[in-house]
Design a protein around this ligand. Sequence first.
Ligand SMILES: [Zn+2]
Length: 169
Amino acid sequence: MRPDGCLFCAITAGQVPSHRVAETENLVAFLDIAPVRPGHVQIMPRTHHPYFEELPPELAAETIQFGQRLAVALKRIYGVPKVAFMFTGSDIAHAHAHLIPMVRSDDVTSRRYIAEEVVTYRDCPRPPAAEQEETARRIREALNQALGFAILAMAVVHVVYLSAGTPLA
Ligand SMILES: [Zn+2]
């Protein structure tokens, strides 16, 4: 299943360092090393499947649900109206989704929309490790806050339910 030399298998196994923001039994989310925007996260299954259409349906659904949680956190941190979620399959053949806070509407776009015949591309700069760690810390904190709110909301519902069920004198 796992091919030798897959960089993303090595990252999910923790053999290559990354700035992790969240993980589950099946998925790992970490910062892109050359982010399109701060908070650009990749979500990756721990198991090796080259392209997204080869993911078991439950794992594909879990990846999207994980992306939904992260998108809420990214919106809160960066104040953006939208977060892009996409499987491009254009770099390493280990299915992974990109989440990008959309600061501008063309942060994720297509060459086909650009009128000029000659376009010059460049790699996005790689932020220093300390900056990446601070970004990862903020995302982890926002995720934990969201989890805290969910637990608090459940507790409030529980208390209201118990109160409603208690006879008043
Ligand atoms: Zn892999």
